[in-house]
Design a protein around this ligand. Structure first.
Ligand SMILES: Nc1ncnc2c1ncn2[C@@H]1O[C@H](COP(=O)(O)OP(=O)(O)O)[C@@H](O)[C@H]1O
Ligand SMILES: [Mg+2]
Length: 302
């Protein structure tokens, strides 16, 4: 079993090996994906009377290899929080960390903050829009992270082509992004995200623009990818069914300024099939999420 190093190239090989070779979801101990910790995360945009308070005192953890979703109404600060975890922005207050807890740390509060540039190195972030470059073919879009890592173009393309095939978009290497359906674009974008070799995936409403059936198909497929790669996932969505179907745990955010009003463990058995949404336990959990969101809304109105 290869080990993850801070060298992106080695990590990429590992990700690909996992994708090609094994069907196990259990990483070896030396190969553990990173954890995510946010402690007292607050964010304001601008100053004075025109300032927008987007986040207020967010506490959140994601264990190594865990699949966690963050749900909340539009505008509550989900994307802001994800961008901060990704290292694209800093919180105004609080600490954010991606990686193993500090030696001897007993809880999240004893974690040290990590600079944004180190978080950027540790995470792969997929923004709300798929951001495929329209002037590059599907293959050249997917191969970008490998080219950035200094791989020769031919090798990068060969590896990217293999992954595209495994992600169900084989045969479209030379197509332009504009020629693909929404679901296929998301597969390419996710292939590109995993080719970064990073072991923490931050996904911002990846299926938000898809029709209901394609969305279901893509959710099942994301579960397979997560199982196969053994990565840590933090997913943002406003779709409660999606959050419950996919996650080990769900955080519910209040209306702006966002903070965590509830945390729900999803003890539904895995592997999960689409039919799980019709079970009584699923309905019970969904009721709890709805109540948390409604309650948070009422608090905000006062
Ligand atoms: N760069 C920014 N400058 C000013 N306001 C921002 C910026 N980014 C986000 N906001 C504001 O912060 C709030 C939360 O936005 P966002 O995180 O995108 O919410 P969500 O993803 O939950 O829909 C919104 O009111 C939004 O207008
Ligand atoms: Mg958003």
């Amino acid at each position: 079993m290869s080990t993850i190093t801070t060298d992106g190239r080695a990590a990429t090989v590992t990700a690909l090996e996992r994708t090609r070779g094994s069907t196990t979801s259990v990483p070896s101990s030396g190969d553990a994906p990173p954890a995510i910790t946010v402690t007292g995360g607050a964010k304001s945009f601008g100053r004075g009377a025109g300032a927008v308070r987007a986040l207020a005192g967010v506490d959140l953890t994601v264990a190594p290899g865990e699949f966690v979703s963050l749900v909340g109404a539009s505008g509550c600060g989900k994307s802001t929080l994800l961008r901060i975890v990704a290292g694209l922005d800093e919180p105004s207050e609080g600490r954010v960390r991606v990686g193993a807890p500090m030696q001897g740390a007993t809880d999240a509060s004893s974690d040290e903050a990590m600079p944004a540039r180190d978080r950027l190195t540790a995470c792969a972030y997929m923004p709300q829009r798929d951001m495929l470059l329209p002037w590059r073919t599907v293959l050249d879009n997917a191969a970008l992270p490998l080219e950035y890592q200094g791989l020769p173009r031919r090798t990068a393309r060969r590896e990217a082509s293999l992954l595209l095939e495994q992600f169900g978009v084989g045969g479209f290497d030379h197509a332009w992004p504009a020629a693909l359906s929404g679901g296929m674009r998301q597969r390419v974008a996710l292939a590109r995200t995993t080719l970064t070799g990073k072991r923490a995936l931050l996904l911002d409403e990846p299926f938000g623009a898809l029709d209901a059936l394609t969305r279901l198909e893509m959710q099942g497929w994301l579960l397979e990818v997560w199982t196969r790669l053994g990565v840590t996932v933090l997913l943002v969505t406003h779709d409660l069914d999606e959050a419950l179907y996919l996650s080990d745990r769900v955080y519910v955010m209040s209306a702006r300024p966002g903070w965590i009003v509830d945390e729900v463990a999803v003890a539904l058995p895995r592997p999960r099939g689409e039919e799980i949404v019709t079970t009584p336990e699923f309905a019970r959990l969904k009721g709890r999420l709805l109540a948390a969101i409604r309650g948070a809304g009422r608090r905000e109105e006062r």
